[in-house]
Write a protein that binds this ligand. Structure first.
Ligand code: ANZ
Ligand code: ZN
Length: 864
């Protein structure tokens, strides 16, 4: 083979502009072949990190694969450009957030070019540009019109660092802000909410339709929505004329063990007591700073409740922070004997009364022997359970429910953990909520023709918080309804609102009269493949599903098939971890210049001469383990970098970034180019026509079958399994098969040429510039017109025309013989051939053949 020096960098530069244009549309894509490949759009922070590089390499490879297969592919890109980082940078650097964002977008777009990603730039959207947020506002007004956007005074999460309200979803289990990490405070404020709970049931149920979503994401959404089937029970109060106090329970069978009622801090019943009792007020204020699992309780004096099955009003009522204000009815029937939390509460607040067990593991068991709390849901009701005594839990639950319904004291209900979505933010860099507050008309929608409500320019953002409040030209306006003086809403929208519909806008990005045309959306949606990070498993995906379902419900797009589900298949790509060096003595993270690389793969700490601990961890500045995509591309070229990324790990797994392993990829790419050069310069009259398929001898067949098997594997990896790491190893195997076939000298050269073309086309999705370079060799060396833009048709494994016959003599298999399928058709000549073989002579010479039976692969002689 003739070897030549190849510089992948030069090849990358040479083909860059061609490759960025993507697969030329030579033929019109087929109508029924649509493929919408979406990656979560980035926040324009200013630089692409290696995680971005990974996800865009995946979608770009798929984009190119589907285009080669004649699909109409939607592969858009845009910018999730509103939000706090721009605002914080603006305050820090005294720069207009719009300018800062635009600069960052320009930089990142450049980087996306460097990695050779072929996006539909004519679909680009930027959420902070007025021609986008105009429609975010329009969608808000649609929600408002349908009663799905409303204002309410609520206890909310206040982030004291970022000076803004947060949605429940944005506060972690430790009560900290997902962005700033600050401990969140509870405040009472009037805020805007979206009625996502109206869709709670559909959002839960339709998860079952999403067959191509990862189970863990569906489980997280299910838990977040938290659908719970139970019973609502009314407890009468000792105060005459008052309504029943309602509680929600999932264990109605424990009704006979109820010993107190506990209320959430903001339960309506408390307000009367608050006025009279300063201690209660202090208790509530104090409780707000404590976590929800606190065992604290405050007894409401002079009030008690009545169990529906008991005649006395003997249940004390407590105010208790462990009762959540927004869940069920904000009230719990306390069963110390059968619930952990209730047991803990009882111990602290009413230990003088013993817990009353009414559920037992066995029939007739006595309460003295039971370890409390007994929380198992299996068992039998005890003597304390009146007419239900002795029944199994499940049967008792049904009967008790029924009885409660009959006496008007309860009914079956479904509750959700999901709360309405709090979308107002007291920050500048977001889409203004398009509402005008009028003293006589209340909140009024800004008329459509007045949209967008432009975000006014602010010369110098001085502090955190909302400068709109203080801009009188923005605030003061007239009411669109009555014409009187009125004030504009100054809150802006949560940026998750911007990203909850961007995939609709991509389908119709230039539409100036509506967010998108229904017709266009119906043609393009749903998104066939959505790739993004697991960190968006709950927030973004739930909000997007909600907005999509809402838009479907008002007829903005067709939901008959997908029930308004926007994302057909979801893939969560794994994180990229970086190589981390740790000093074993101090546990300190080491910078790369503190490390000495010795022979082989050994490394030493320069200062001590010791070996460092080497691990792979989430990339972070403090661990000095970051990798810069630009550097890698500069050093190895975009093609090798892309192939390396895909090769190192299955797309859903963690990728341990080790740049040194990229040499394997570089060697393989050089081999592809050398092989192409060798084949295309052979002194042989190659047939240009692919359909002129050579007659295959047994070597050809073996070769053909190996190539076809690999082609089949590669195709289904792209299409079905998305096992892109296997794609790369199959590329390498295919290269090897062709090299060996060529070297063996007994494979038909036209077949070699066809397989080479197969190789070049199939590698195009991942390493487009190398594929372009190789295809150019074919064109220039052979003076052909061939281009690599059509995925090879699968021909399948071919059967050999040879059959291995088993020769049986008097019932014993004696030897085998390889011959054409047609061998036994001519009986006489077959017998003659077999008798003439050395083995034939050995077993049959001189013996009388009495009978010969030929059937399938068996030739059977009966001899004397
Ligand atoms: C009595 C009982 C007895 C309960 C027992 C449990 C065990 P899930 O399954 O999560 O829906 N609950 C009801 N409203 C609540 C609120 N606002 N804050 C805190 N807890 C509340 O949980 C339902 C159970 O959570 C309900 O069933 C209720 O306690 C409690 F042995 O009622 B249970
Ligand atoms: Zn008015």
């Amino acid at each position: 083979m003739s070897h030549q020096e190849v510089s992948l960098i030069d090849i990358g530069n040479k083909w860059k502009s061609k490759v960025l244009q993507g697969v030329p549309h030579s033929s019109m894509p087929a109508k029924d072949k649509k493929m919408y490949v979406l990656s979560q759009f980035p926040y324009p922070s200013g630089s692409l990190h290696i995680g971005h590089l990974r996800v865009y390499t995946i979608t770009d490879a798929l984009n190119r694969f589907y285009r080669l297969n004649g699909y109409y592919v939607v592969h858009p890109m845009g910018w999730d450009a509103f939000g706090l980082p721009a605002e914080n940078a603006a305050i820090e650097r005294q720069i207009d957030p719009a300018v800062w964002t635009a600069q960052n977008i320009a930089k990142m777009k450049e980087q996306l070019g460097t990695m050779l990603a072929n996006f539909d730039w004519d679909r680009e959207v930027t959420t902070c540009s007025p021609d986008y947020y105009k429609f975010t506002q329009e969608i808000f007004l649609e929600l408002f019109k349908h009663g799905m956007a409303y204002q309410k005074n609520a206890e909310i999460n206040w982030d004291p660092v970022d000076q803004t309200v947060l949605a429940n979803e944005q506060v972690d289990a430790q009560g900290r802000s997902w962005r700033s990490g600050a401990v969140v405070e509870k405040r009472n404020l009037t805020q805007w909410f979206l009625g996502i709970t109206k869709f709670a049931h559909d959002l839960e149920k339709d998860l079952d339709l999403l067959k191509d979503w990862p189970q863990n994401v569906k489980t997280m959404q299910k838990n977040w929505i938290g659908e719970s089937h139970g019973t609502e029970i009314g407890f009468k109060l000792s105060v005459k004329g008052s309504e029943q106090l309602k509680v929600f329970t999932t264990r109605v069978e424990t009704l006979f063990s109820v010993q107190y009622i506990a209320l959430a801090l903001d339960h309506p019943l408390i307000s009367e007591f608050l006025k009279a009792d300063p201690e209660l007020k202090a208790f509530i204020e104090e409780s707000k700073t404590l976590l929800n699992d606190s065992k604290r309780g405050f007894l409401l004096k002079g009030l008690s409740a009545q169990n529906p099955f008991v005649s006395e009003f003997d249940l004390p009522i407590f105010v208790a922070p462990y009762v959540l204000s927004g869940y069920g009815h904000g009230a719990v029937m306390g069963c110390p004997a059968h619930d952990e939390r209730d047991y803990a509460f009882w111990k602290q607040n009413m230990p003088q009364i013993s817990p009353k067990a009414t559920i037992f593991p066995d029939k007739n068991e006595k309460s003295e022997y039971l370890v409390l709390p007994y929380t198992d849901k299996r068992g039998f009701l005890g003597l304390g359970a009146a007419e239900f005594a002795g029944m199994e839990v499940e049967a008792a639950a049904t009967r008790i429910s029924k009885k409660l319904e009959e006496i008007g004291r309860g009914r079956p209900v479904v509750t959700y953990k999901l709360r309405d979505w709090l979308i107002s933010r007291q920050r500048y860099w977001g889409a203004p909520i398009p509402i005008i507050h009028c003293d006589s008309c209340g909140p009024v929608a800004v008329p459509k023709e007045d949209l967008p409500v432009l975000l006014p320019k602010v010369d110098r953002l001085a502090t955190k918080g909302n400068p709109l409040k203080d801009m009188s030209t923005f605030v003061h306006t007239t009411c669109p309804s009555c014409g009187n003086a009125a004030k504009r809403e100054t809150d802006t929208m949560d940026t998750f609102m911007d990203s909850s519909w961007y995939f609709f806008r991509y389908t119709d990005p230039k539409n100036s009269s509506e967010p998108f045309s229904s017709e266009v959306a119906n043609k393009n949606l749903p998104v066939d493949l959505y790739i993004g990070g697991i960190e968006h498993a709950i927030l973004h995906l739930l909000y997007s599903r909600f907005i999509s379902k809402f838009l479907a419900s008002i007829g903005k797009w067709d939901h008959t098939q997908g029930k308004g589900e926007p994302f057909k298949r979801l893939v969560t790509q794994g994180m990229v971890h970086g190589k981390t060096y740790i000093d074993p003595l101090t546990g300190r993270f080491l910078k790369s210049d503190e490390i000495e690389k010795a022979e082989g793969s050994d490394v030493f700490i320069k200062a001590t001469g010791q070996k460092p601990l080497v691990t792979y961890e989430k990339m972070s500045k403090s661990k000095y383990n970051g990798a810069d995509p630009d550097e890698c591309i500069k050093l190895h070229g975009a093609d090798a970098t892309r192939a390396h990324i895909l090769f190192q790990a299955p797309i859903a797994d963690v990728l341990s970034w080790d740049e040194s392993k990229i040499v394997g990829i570089e060697r393989w790419l050089a081999r592809v180019l050398n092989l192409t050069q060798t084949v295309t310069t052979m002194p042989y009259g190659f047939t240009e026509d692919n359909s002129a398929y050579p007659h295959l001898n047994k070597h050809d067949l073996k070769f053909h079958n190996e190539v076809q098997q690999l082609l089949e594997g590669i195709t289904s990896s792209f299409k079905d399994t998305l096992s892109l790491n296997t794609v790369i190893s199959d590329y390498m195997k295919l290269t090897k098969v062709i090299e060996l076939g060529l070297k063996s000298n007994n494979v038909n050269l036209d077949l070699i040429m066809q397989s080479l073309k197969t190789l070049i086309t199939t590698i195009y999705p991942v390493v487009p510039s190398v594929a372009e370079e190789a295809s150019e060799k074919i064109r220039s060396n052979l003076k052909w017109k061939w281009t690599p833009y059509e995925w090879p048709t699968l021909q399948g494994v071919r059967e050999s025309s040879l059959v291995k016959y088993q020769i049986v003599i008097n019932g014993k298999m004696r030897f085998t013989h390889l011959a054409e399928k047609t061998f036994i058709e001519d009986r006489e000549s077959a017998i003659k051939t077999l008798l003439d073989l050395p083995e034939g002579r050995k077993y049959l010479a001189g013996r009388e053949v009495k009978n010969t039976i030929m059937k399938g692969k068996v030739v059977s002689f009966v001899v004397k």
